[in-house]
Design a protein around this ligand. Structure first.
Ligand SMILES: [Zn+2]
Ligand SMILES: [Zn+2]
Length: 386
C-alpha cells in the first residue's frame, strides 16, 4: 500500500526525529479515536444500520469499519459518555492524556451513573499511565458505590468455570476462566512453583505452569489434604504386574485410575517412594498391596534422609524436603535397599527426569551428586517433561 505524503520512512529518521514523529502519530491517533467514538455513538442513535439490513449498530460498525464487536461496542460506549467528561476530551486534544485514559474514564462513568464526577479523576489521569489509571478508577468505583462493586465481583464469580476433558490420546485438556480473586489465589500458589528451578531448566513458561499445577496436586495428596470419605485419604491407584514393575521385556503397561495405561518407567517412579500411590500387584490370583498408601521409605529412614539432604539434591534446585520424594539410586524392585547411601531426595520434576526423562543421577566424589544428561537417541535430544 502507498504511504500518505506526510508519512516518512521511519528508517530515514534520526533517533530524536523518530521519537517525535512516533509520539505525534500516537496523539493524532488518540484524537482520531475520540472522533470515531463520537461518530459511533451518534450512528447508534440512527436507523441507518436497519436500512442496510444489519441487526444492530454494533453489527454494522463491525462489518463496515472492520472492527471486532468488542471494539465497536467500546467505541459506542465511550462516545455516549463523552458529554460527561469535557475536561478529558480537552486533555486528549492537548496531548496530556490518551484515548486509553478516556476509555477507562468512560467505563467508570457508565458504571457509576450519577455518582461519577470527572473532576475527581482528571488530575490522576494526567499524572498516571493508562494501566495505573485503571487501578485508580477501580478504587474510585468502589469508594463511590461499594455495593455495586461487590455485585459486579459476585457476577464474575458466577461466570467461573474450569472444564476438564480428555483428548483421544488420553491427555487432559483444560480450559476455563476464574474471577479476579480466585485467579489471584491460584496464581499466588502456582507462580512460585512455576519459577525456573535447578540446572538445565529449559522448560517454557507454560510448561512450568503445567508442572506447577501437577506438583501442587501431588503435594496436597502427599500431605493427605484431599478428603474422600470418612477420613479416608485419597491416593493414586495403580495396578501393575510384577513384570511391569521390574520393566521386564514383554510386560504390559500398568493401569492407573483416570488415565490411559502408564509406562513401567512411570510406575517405577510412583513406586520409588510411594506415599501417595497405592500400587496393587496382580500376579496370578495373588494380589499384594505394595504401596499401602504409606511411604516405602518410612519413619526414621525418611527423617534421616530429610536431615542429610535438606532439599532436592539436583544442582541448583531448592525444593525443600517436604516437597521432595526419596529416590532409590538402585530401585527396590531391583534389590536396592533403604540404606542412606542408596537414597537421595528429588523434587517432583527432577524425580521425573531421572525415571522417565533418561537423566542419570550418581554419587560422585565426596558424596556430591552428579547429574548426567541423556544420550542422544533417534537424532533428538531428550529433555524435561513436554
Ligand atoms: Zn525414584
Ligand atoms: Zn529438584
Amino acid at each position: 500500500m502507498d504511504s500518505a505524503p506526510s508519512e516518512i520512512d521511519p528508517k530515514r529518521l534520526f533517533d530524536d526525529e523518530l521519537a517525535e514523529t512516533f509520539v505525534r502519530a500516537c496523539r493524532a491517533r488518540d484524537a482520531q479515536d475520540l472522533y470515531i467514538a463520537r461518530l459511533a455513538a451518534e450512528f447508534a442513535t440512527r436507523n441507518k444500520y436497519d436500512d442496510d439490513g444489519f441487526v444492530s449498530p454494533i453489527d454494522w460498525i463491525r462489518f463496515n469499519c472492520h472492527m471486532t464487536s468488542g471494539a465497536a461496542a467500546n467505541s459506542v460506549a465511550v462516545g455516549e459518555a463523552l458529554h460527561r467528561m469535557p475536561e478529558s476530551v480537552q486533555a486528549v486534544a492537548g496531548g496530556a492524556i490518551g484515548y486509553a485514559h478516556v476509555t477507562t474514564m468512560a467505563r467508570t462513568a457508565n458504571a457509576l451513573g450519577d455518582r461519577f464526577d470527572e473532576r475527581a479523576l482528571i488530575d490522576q489521569a494526567r499524572e498516571n499511565s493508562p494501566g495505573k489509571f485503571f487501578f485508580i478508577c477501580t478504587h474510585y468505583r468502589h469508594a463511590a458505590d461499594a455495593k455495586r462493586y461487590a455485585e459486579e465481583q459476585a457476577e464474575q464469580v458466577q461466570n467461573r468455570r474450569l472444564k476438564l476433558s480428555t483428548t483421544t490420546d488420553g491427555s487432559l485438556l483444560v480450559s476455563g476462566i476464574f474471577d479476579p480473586e480466585g485467579g489471584a489465589v491460584l496464581r499466588t500458589a502456582l507462580e512460585p512453583l512455576a519459577r525456573k528451578s535447578g540446572a538445565h531448566d529449559d522448560r517454557g513458561r507454560d510448561q512450568r505452569v503445567a508442572d506447577a499445577a501437577v506438583e501442587l496436586a501431588m503435594h496436597a495428596l502427599d500431605l493427605g489434604l484431599i478428603p474422600q470419605q470418612a477420613g479416608q485419604r485419597t491416593h493414586l491407584m495403580v495396578t501393575a504386574s510384577l513384570e511391569t514393575l521390574r520393566d521386564l521385556p514383554g510386560a504390559s503397561a500398568a493401569n492407573m485410575e483416570l488415565s490411559v495405561p502408564i509406562s513401567s518407567k512411570t510406575v517405577e517412579r510412583l513406586a520409588c517412594d510411594a506415599s501417595i500411590t497405592r500400587i496393587v500387584l496382580g500376579s496370578d490370583s495373588m494380589v499384594i498391596d505394595v504401596g499401602r498408601a504409606k511411604r516405602v521409605i518410612s519413619g526414621p529412614a525418611r527423617k534421616a534422609l530429610n536431615v542429610r539432604d535438606g532439599q532436592c539434591v539436583w544442582t541448583g534446585c531448592e525444593r525443600p524436603a517436604t516437597w521432595s520424594s526419596g529416590h532409590h539410586l538402585v530401585h527396590w524392585t531391583h534389590g536396592g535397599t533403604n540404606e542412606q547411601e542408596n537414597l537421595v531426595l528429588l523434587c517432583h520434576r527432577h524425580h521425573w527426569m531421572v525415571h522417565e526423562g533418561k537423566w542419570q543421577i550418581v554419587r560422585g566424589e565426596e558424596g556430591r551428586m552428579v547429574t548426567i544428561p541423556p544420550t542422544i537417541t533417534f537424532g533428538l535430544p531428550a529433555h524435561g517433561p513436554d
